[in-house]
Design a protein around this ligand. Sequence first.
Ligand code: 3HC
Length: 301
Amino acid sequence: KKPAGAPDKELARKITKVGVVGAGLMASQMALLFARRLHVPVVLTDIDQARVDKGVGYVHSEVDKLLGKKRVSPDEANRLKALVSGSLDKASFSDADFVIEAVFEDLAVKQQVFAEVEEHVSPEAILATNTSSLSITDMASKLAHPERVVGFHFFNPVAVMPLVEIVRAEQTDDATLATAFSVGKQLKKSCVLVKDAPSFVVNRLLTRFMGEVVKSIDEGTPFEVADKATEPLGLPMSPLILLQLVGSAVALHVSETMHDAFPDRFSVSPNMKRFVAAGKTAVWQWDAQGNQTVDPEVAAL
Ligand code: 3HC
């Protein structure tokens, strides 16, 4: 069944090579998924060799885990490792027809990344963004060919979470959108077309949800109580562990974007600001017996 709002699939272009800008955790997971499901070469790039090497190393270790679980054969494992390469030079994207960025959540940085990529790729190559909150229309606005820009928003962990939010910018043409849906299908994801509005749909809900838990901590409810109170909801993981998974800096950034867009509905937690400013990523720590406690440094913030 055609997803709501998706253009005719006949318009979709075939993808033969993928570029991924940013080699962080989400980008590396994306690189592996593209190689595994599209069977095409994938190039990962970042601002320095150490990051690129870490990203490629992550892909190799995930492939080894799949091999260990017999989810892939030894031949396929070798093939996957060979398909994903790293490069510091965006010229290695020259023959890529689908480039996705997953760099820092900052509009100017993302615009700069797309401008650089545009110098190297063909005018038809799709430029996709994994932004979780920023305007795709703004991201496309400075390009020579803004009609090839589309939002393609994965969820953490990329390998497991079934949803991709596809976002049409004002400039996005039908061929780009059709290709995005086709790629999503090949990745075996459920794709939904959402409006180009701050944080789209899922993160708007999630920010509110996690935000309210954090707010109750701001108001004096102990961490453990606030987190435990959600247990009867039967969530796959507690809100504060989810916060760790998403990354505290990303979560703070999304809440700031939401506050700017809808100040009456979203607030920014002072505790979250202190937490991120202190370079903290995790609320919880576990001792050798598996007992879960709040990191005392976090509790004292
Ligand atoms: N990478 C790859 N695979 C992973 C993984 C990871 N980080 N974490 C878990 N998995 C795999 C496991 O290997 C396992 O695979 P298998 O069945 O092939 O062995 C499978 O997922 C299930 O894992 P577990 O049995 O260890 O654990 P759970 O059953 O508890 O599931 C979970 C783990 C899927 C992460 C589940 O806890 C969950 O759904 N959590 C909520 C995640 C969520 O809400 N994500 C959205 C975040 S918002 C976001 O990303 C947007 C962004 O813009 C900020």
